[in-house]
Design a binder for this molecule. Structure first.
Ligand SMILES: NC(=O)c1ccc[n+]([C@@H]2O[C@H](COP(=O)([O-])OP(=O)(O)OC[C@H]3O[C@@H](n4cnc5c(N)ncnc54)[C@H](OP(=O)(O)O)[C@@H]3O)[C@@H](O)[C@H]2O)c1
Length: 255
């Protein structure tokens, strides 16, 4: 599906972790619909540059910005770059995530803080900066979550708890920002075959089991998540505020 029918021409978007996987699919979907896109990444410039090239091939402008979203003290540089280039921001997609995949009994305080800082806490300064660049017409903030927020998944205690905190923050931010016409929502995705799964020792079983148990008959693709993001940034979703939209082919409603 392309962005046909949803016209975001002239809008400016920032996608954290936009260089690979789900973030890349969202960056490209928004560009197809007319957005210029700032792509944030942490370590690897190559994939970020490839995403920027894909955005530019669609006739849109791309900005690349390398920063750890957990470094609150360094985020202003990224938003200054957006302000200098575009003067405003219409859409923030808080997609970057990391985390320690271990049994809860093996988690250290450092593991916990690393995971919470990137996956949950970062949404606060990101939203503070982004909202300042959103004008009278408002904007959209979308956070990317996972089913571990509401389900117990082996070795997922830290990441699951961080996503639960993220979804709660989304509801609180949504209420605070609604009067400013800034709509805040989350998308919770089922298992998506990206590089993130390399951190799971049982990756192939996870993929097989998820595909087998998904009523839709296949795994969720990055593009499925991107379609939901496009919908949430469109006027079609004007009355959706503080929601977590599950995109998982029905996986989470079974068994
Ligand atoms: N894959 C799944 O099954 C799945 C399921 C549900 C939800 N999700 C969620 O979807 C989102 C994207 O996941 P993915 O699977 O697409 O991940 P991925 O392929 O591993 O990509 C992660 C992206 O985030 C960037 N990143 C990581 N830590 C960062 C940090 N501290 N600051 C800035 N950028 C950072 C990476 O940049 P570098 O390449 O430069 O490191 C990369 O662009 C995450 O929120 C994840 O929890 C994933």
């Amino acid at each position: 599906m392309s962005g046909i029918g949803i016209d975001l021409t002239g809008r400016k978007a920032l996608v954290t972790g936009g260089s690979r996987g789900i973030g890349r699919a969202i960056a490209i979907r928004l560009a197809e619909a007319g957005c210029d896109v700032a792509i944030n990444y942490l370590r690897s410039r190559g994939p970020a540059a490839e995403t920027a090239e894909a955005v530019e091939k669609l006739g849109r402008k791309a900005l690349l910005y390398k920063v750890n979203v957990a470094r609150t003290d360094r985020l202003d540089g990224m938003f200054d770059a957006v302000r200098e280039e575009w003067g405003k921001l219409d859409i923030l997609v808080s997609n970057a995530a990391s985390g320690v995949i271990k049994p809860a009994m093996e988690l250290t305080r450092r593991h916990w803080e690393w995971t919470m800082d990137i996956n949950a806490s970062a949404l606060i300064p990101l939203s503070q900066h982004a909202s300042k660049l959103m004008g009278d017409e408002g904007g959209h903030i979308i956070a990317v979550s996972s089913l571990g927020a509401v389900r117990a998944i082996p070795n997922y205690a830290a990441v699951g708890a961080s996503k639960a905190a993220l979804e709660s923050l989304v509801r609180h931010l949504a209420v605070e920002l609604a009067p400013r016409k800034i709509r805040v929502n989350a998308i919770s995705a089922g298992v998506v075959d990206t590089d993130a799964l390399k951190h799971f020792s049982n990756r192939s079983e996870l993929l097989e089991e998820s595909a087998r148990r998904t009523p839709a008959g296949r795994l969720t693709l990055p593009e499925d998540v991107a379609d939901a993001a496009l919908f949430l940034t469109s006027p079609l979703a004007d009355m959706m505020i503080g929601q977590t939209v599950v995109v998982d082919g029905g996986y989470s409603i079974t068994g």
